[in-house]
Ligand binder design. Sequence first.
Ligand SMILES: CC(C)(COP(=O)(O)OP(=O)(O)OC[C@H]1O[C@@H](n2cnc3c(N)ncnc32)[C@H](O)[C@@H]1OP(=O)(O)O)[C@@H](O)C(=O)NCCC(=O)NCCS
Length: 197
Amino acid sequence: MLTPDTEFDHRRTDRLVLRRFESDDVSSLAAYRSDPNVAQHQSWGTPFSEAQARVFIDSLGAAHPDTPGEWFQFAVVEAATGVHIGDVAAGIDADDPRLAKIGVTLAKSAQGQGYAAEALAGLLDYLFFERSKHRVTAECDTRNASSIALLERLGIRREAHHLSSAWYKGEWTDEYVYAVLASDWTNRRSLPPAAPR
Ligand SMILES: CC(C)(COP(=O)(O)OP(=O)(O)OC[C@H]1O[C@@H](n2cnc3c(N)ncnc32)[C@H](O)[C@@H]1OP(=O)(O)O)[C@@H](O)C(=O)NCCC(=O)NCCS
């Protein structure tokens, strides 16, 4: 599929809902983006104000997932409580929209429960099975241990180690590139789920 998903509303996983951001998410988004631990390896600085959160959410209002050349951020919500706990994102390649990049952020209080893995698996199911992507990549700072553990827990392959390749927060940082092909993900989804460690 090579056109934006204008019909997208939400997606369910076992314990989560991935949905469009809403104006009521302003304070929760500002709160977790303002946590220095959460922001450490991310592009934004702290504090992240409610005004910034509002601009960010407003900018997504007219956007759709799977738009070539654009990132789309999905709010991650606990299905049982409706509490907004983080976000996942997919950026679609401008030149070849069969290629995508992904990212994930969870509030500190929501980490350590397998929610990030569940949310990213839901996003990969969407990208590969509903949107027919061929290859999905994720880049992360080589010091981002929790992100590395998450990507490897999902069985995503580390394909590259780029030295001093990204300028983040006043310094050149090394990055790993992780990648998963549609064929990899189809095989992985046919296996029983891994037990939590
Ligand atoms: C990266 C990030 C999303 C990882 O979150 P996370 O909660 O550690 O990842 P998971 O959801 O996979 O949870 C795994 C943990 O939950 C535990 N867990 C508990 N119940 C579980 C369950 N039912 N299923 C699976 N895992 C479970 C696992 O044992 C594991 O614990 P451990 O970290 O002590 O080994 C989070 O650290 C984050 O938001 N960081 C800041 C933003 C960031 O840097 N993003 C990445 C940019 S590239």
